[in-house]
Design a protein around this ligand. Structure first.
Ligand code: DAK
Length: 271
């Protein structure tokens, strides 16, 4: 692994590029349509650990090329696994996906093509999904003799509806970008060449907001969705309270109250 002075990282299957406060992770295994083998999962985990959280405010996750985001877990690698190895592979994937889901800053999946099986599941571990017009989503596992193993049965049912998730999973039918948009699996669909610019624009919009508040919103939404509404409100209260006495909160409110319309808003400083 090479970590450059700019913060960019080079590995065999993962590229990490930093532009200002936005980091872009590219799964770079184009020959296999960016399928997730053990090495990709390991490198993704190392990359997330290496993100400079002092200066980075949003991540984009995408796949190399114009055909595929991630065509699933590596079927070749999985085909010969024993039960124990299958369990270990599943744990490796689940650990990385949870790391992504609980990552302190928002992660936008820019889905640039096939997002099948583990590919759909990794996109669902991100905070926000946008896709290109050629994107295809699906959970084809039952056709391979397995269940979705990286959280697909759980996250798809939470993101769309249980009925729609069950239909997609039981039938193993792929859906195109327009249907993914219609059922709420993605927030927007773009022509391929506009996808990354759109993700970068959204990431920049997130990055300019108060970083502690953004992180606390992510935690409040994620943690609150796991409990009933009474407990969820308490989680929100705590994270709301945590924003006070921060420089971001003081500056943000003082700027609003200052009636001098000529004043230009300074960037938030993450403290
Ligand atoms: N794994 C390995 N290689 C793959 C791959 C995959 N998932 N998908 C594509 N490739 C490789 C192909 O083998 C081919 O390699 P070469 O023959 O050139 O060496 C190359 O990528 C190009 O693929 P195609 O020639 O097939 O390209 P096409 O345009 O004809 O078709 C396709 C594109 C995406 C429709 C097709 O490749 C396809 O159907 N791919 C498989 C999609 C799929 O079924 N994905 C779901 C995989 S199952 C678990 C946790 C998680 C999981 C399982 C267990 N545990 C908890 C234990 C997750 C499971 C999955 O994701």
């Amino acid at each position: 692994m090479i970590i450059k002075e700019s913060g960019d990282i080079d590995m065999e299957f993962i590229l990490y590029e930093v532009k200002g406060a936005v980091g872009t992770i590219t799964i770079n295994r184009e020959k296999a349509l960016n399928a997730l083998n053990s090495k990709v999962l390991d490198e993704l985990s190392v990359t997330l650990d290496a993100v400079d959280l002092e200066n980075t405010r949003c991540l984009i996750l995408t796949g190399a090329g114009e055909k595929s985001f991630v065509a699933g877990a590596d079927i070749g690698e999985m085909s010969t696994l024993t039960k124990a190895e299958g369990e270990a592979f599943g744990k490796k994937g689940n650990d990385v996906f949870r790391k992504l889901e609980n990552f302190p800053i928002p992660v936008i999946a820019a889905v640039n093509g096939f997002a099948l099986g583990g590919g759909c599941e990794i996109a669902m571990s991100c905070d926000i999904r946008i896709c290109s017009e050629n994107a295809v989503f699906g959970q084809p596992e039952v056709g391979l003799g397995i269940t979705p193993g990286f959280g697909g049965t759980q996250r798809l049912a939470r993101l769309v509806s249980p009925g729609m998730a069950k239909q997609m999973i039981y039938t193993a039918r792929n859906i195109k970008a327009d249907e993914a948009y219609r059922i709420g699996l993605v927030n927007a669909v773009y022509p391929q060449e506009e996808l990354i610019p759109a993700a970068e624009k959204m990431a920049a919009g997130i990055a300019k907001n108060a970083p502690i508040a953004v992180r606390n919103c992510k935690k409040a939404i994620n943690d609150g969705l796991q409990v009933d509404i009474d407990q969820a409100i308490v989680i929100e209260e705590k994270l709301f309270g945590d924003c006070f006495e921060t420089e971001d909160q003081r500056y943000g409110m003082a700027f609003f109250l200052d009636k001098n319309k000529e004043k230009v808003k300074e960037p938030f400083k993450n403290c």
